[in-house]
Ligand binder design. Structure first.
Ligand code: C2E
Ligand code: CA
Ligand code: CA
Length: 687
């Protein structure tokens, strides 16, 4: 198995086993070698020394015996010689003993033959020596001396020379053995050094290998992890081997991939509209902010006509599919570098880089064409259209939020005017300085009781009596005089201040109505509710509380709502309308015709009354198109059980025409303008 593919644990185990094995071998070999050396040295030194000693001993005793003999040769007194004989015998015996002992220790052939030679010399000497001794005793020392000098002395010299040579030989051999031993020791030392060096070398190699196979990949893993932590998800992750580091690297890769996937999903969620797959508002703002300074172009906001109606009538699933289809068509029409985004609900926005007013007009036409063909969903043909608000940058604003807001304002203005587009420059933009100061003063105005309720009669054309009246707000400003609600209500709605105005108005109007009832005047006042009011979850309870407090039946008041007020959150608005309806309060649809609502859609709302917008009532007696719309609306409303109110009739001709067309009620200057309460109470119908 390749070392690289082994697990780190196994790799470490193998590496350290090898190291330990080597070290153990070094220790064992050294110990064994040195112990062997010591023993051998001891043995060698022992035996050699013994041989040398014995050789010298033999030589020494030989010489001592010879000395005795020399003394004998000079000793004439026999008694003295007897002592010397004894002494000499002991010496000879000791010399023989040493030679015998030496013989026992010698093994080599060479040694043994030398020993034989020595013994022969010894025997020869012994013979001469005994002859000398015999001569001493028989012929006297003088004769013996002659013999001694002639033979014995030579035999003795030969013997001594031989023992001496043996001793020297043994000594030389001992030196040679010691030299050999020294060499063996030196060899052992080299071996130990070699083993130690190889242990060191293999240790170094193993350490290098460990570094390469563990530390380096771990370092790479650390680099990858750091790169991931810094958000760099494109950093390549090394392949890694089959070990733990390899597993770690693979885990890091999986982690990086899943982070990258998740990041992609998050980005998608953050920047993409889930329903249509188009970029969303956030993306739009980002892309716009990234445009080079001083860029020119246009932004258009598109609002789909009657979308809420379709959503309510056909269900949200169809509504969603319709939005998807619309998104698809828009995306196919609007090509790069231009961009389509879905802002929210049924609103789309377009970024037209470099476009001027003329190109924006061409764009309006392209969008109209794109939406011209009906969209078919489950066999149903749905006609879709939309209304565009257009801003040009940088002249209409520099940042995307401002431009989008102004484009939306232009779009709403286009809707009001029943046009399919409007430029921001044509509809006027943000509040003027005067309007801003009014916004600032609104709160104080409520406290200073500068708001006044005017009433405008809703004249019943069947009974020729005033049965209803609309409460309309006025602001009696201390310096600016009477201010029309058109100048401050839109801002009260935008700033949310309307949430304080409506309860104030409800309190007054319900109070007035209760008093009228007590005085026998059966007029039902209507109060306008804004989008904010319709989303206020406490308003139903508040109205019920007021009605209870004033002892007024719920059907003695009417609430007017516009279709556009329902659009912010149609579901919640409808929920509250149903609650009002269940309470028994009358509900009226205001400004009918100015928005996109169809009667089919209104049928789904719990309303009792419909007010046809002034735009259609105006000139109704002379404009056939308006006349046709009003007439068909009256017929349809009656079919649906709704009371029809015509708003804004200013002439007797219009009044006559409306009466003749079956309109139930009329609210307009031809009957009366809005008036303060006291004037209103005095007011009598002119017809
Ligand atoms: P609206 O609810 O459509 O009220 C009818 C408006 O038409 C009133 O304008 C009324 O004076 C005007 N009008 C009635 N007959 C005629 C006519 O024959 N000819 C012409 N030219 N105008 C006629 P006003 O009082 O200025 O109110 C304007 C709008 O302000 C109202 O429209 C309503 O949307 C809003 N508004 C007024 N008071 C309140 C309020 O208390 N709360 C809320 N939320 N909105 C209010
Ligand atoms: Ca109204
Ligand atoms: Ca109205």
């Amino acid at each position: 198995m390749n070392m690289n593919s082994m697990r780190i644990g196994s790799r470490l185990a193998v590496s350290f086993s090898v190291l330990l094995g080597l070290l153990f071998a070094v220790a064992a070999v050294s110990l064994y070698r040195f112990e062997g050396l010591a023993k051998v040295t001891e043995a060698i030194v022992d035996i050699q020394a013994k041989r040398v000693f014995l050789a010298y001993e033999a030589n020494h005793h030989g010489q001592a015996a010879a000395n005795c003999l020399l003394k004998l040769l000079q000793t004439t007194v026999r008694e003295r010689r007897v002592v010397l004989y004894k002494e000499m015998d002991a010496e000879l015996e000791a010399a023989d003993e040493a030679v015998d002992k030496l013989g026992n220790t010698l093994q080599s052939m060479e040694d043994r033959s030398q020993l034989e030679r020595l013994k022969a010399l010894r025997a020869a000497y012994d013979e001469r020596f005994r002859e000398t001794v015999d001569l001493i005793e028989l012929s006297g020392p003088a004769k013996a001396r002659e013999q001694f000098e002639a033979g014995t002395q030579k035999a003795l010299a030969a013997l001594l020379k031989e023992t001496m040579s043996l001793a020297t030989e043994q000594q030389t051999r001992m030196r040679a053995d010691l030299d050999r031993l020294r060499q063996a020791e030196a060899g052992a030392r080299s071996l130990v050094i070699f083993l130690a060096l190889s242990a060191l070398l293999s240790g170094a190699v193993l350490a290098w290998f460990m570094t390469r196979s563990i530390v380096r990949p771990v370092g790479q893993a650390v680099n990858v992890a750091e790169a991931i932590a810094q958000g760099n998800l494109n950093q390549a992750v090394p392949e890694g081997k089959g070990d733990e580091v390899g597993q770690l690297l693979r885990a890091l890769k999986v982690m990086r991939d899943s982070i990258s996937n998740r990041e992609e999903k998050i980005l998608k969620l953050a920047y993409e509209d889930i329903l249509t797959g188009l970029p969303n508002r956030t993306r739009f703002l980002e892309i716009f902010a990234a445009l080079p300074a001083g860029s020119k172009g246009a932004i258009a906001v598109l609002d789909i006509d009657r979308f809420a109606m379709i959503n309510n009538a056909l269900g949200h699933t169809i509504g969603d599919r319709l939005l998807r289809e619309i998104g698809l068509r828009l995306a196919m029409t609007v090509l790069k570098p231009n961009m389509t985004v879905r802002l929210w609900g049924d609103q789309f926005a377009f970024l037209l880089e470099g476009a001027d007013q003329d190109q924006a007009l061409t764009f309006v036409e392209n969008i109209r064409q794109a939406l011209l063909d009906p969209i078919v969903l489950d066999g149903q043909r749905l006609d879709v259209g939309g209304c565009l608000g257009i801003v040009l940058y940088p002249q209409d604003g520099e940042d995307a939020p401002t431009l989008l807001r102004r484009a939306e304002m232009a779009m709403r203005s286009a809707k009001r005017r029943h046009s399919n587009f409007a430029f921001c420059s044509d509809v006027g933009g943000d509040p003027t300085h005067e309007q801003l100061s009014l916004i600032g003063e609104m709160r104080e105005a409520l406290e200073r009781r500068e708001f006044i309720v005017y009433y405008q009669p809703k004249f019943n054309l069947l009974t020729n009596r005033m049965t209803h009246a609309e409460a309309l707000l006025r602001w009696q400003h201390p310096t600016k005089g009477m201010i029309s609600p058109m100048r401050f209500i839109p801002f009260a709605e935008q700033t949310g201040f309307i949430r304080e105005i409506t309860p104030w108005l409800l309190e007054h109007v319900i109070g007035h109505a209760a008093e009228w009832r007590r005085n026998g005047m059966s007029v039902v006042p209507s109060i306008n509710l804004s989008a904010h009011d319709l989303l206020n979850p406490g308003l139903v309870g508040f109205v019920k509380g007021l009605l209870d407090r004033h002892g007024l039946a719920p059907d003695n008041i009417c609430l007017e709502i516009t279709e556009s007020a329902l659009m912010d959150d149609p579901e919640l608005a409808l929920k509250h309308l149903n609650e009002f309806s269940a309470l028994g309060v009358k509900l009226s649809i205001d400004d009918y015709g100015s928005g996109q609502a169809s009667l089919a859609y209104l049928k789904t709302l719990p309303v009792n009354e419909l007010k046809i917008d002034r735009a259609f009532v105006m000139d109704v007696s002379t404009t056939p198109k308006n006349a046709a719309i009003v007439r068909s609306t009256v017929v349809l409303c009656h079919e649906l059980g709704l009371t029809v109110v015509a708003e804004g009739a200013e002439t007797q001709e219009e009044l006559a025409w409306l009466r003749q067309s079956g309109c139930d009620m009329l609210q307009g200057y031809v009957i009366a303008k809005p008036m303060p309460l006291d004037v209103f109470l005095q007011w009598r119908a002119p017809v």
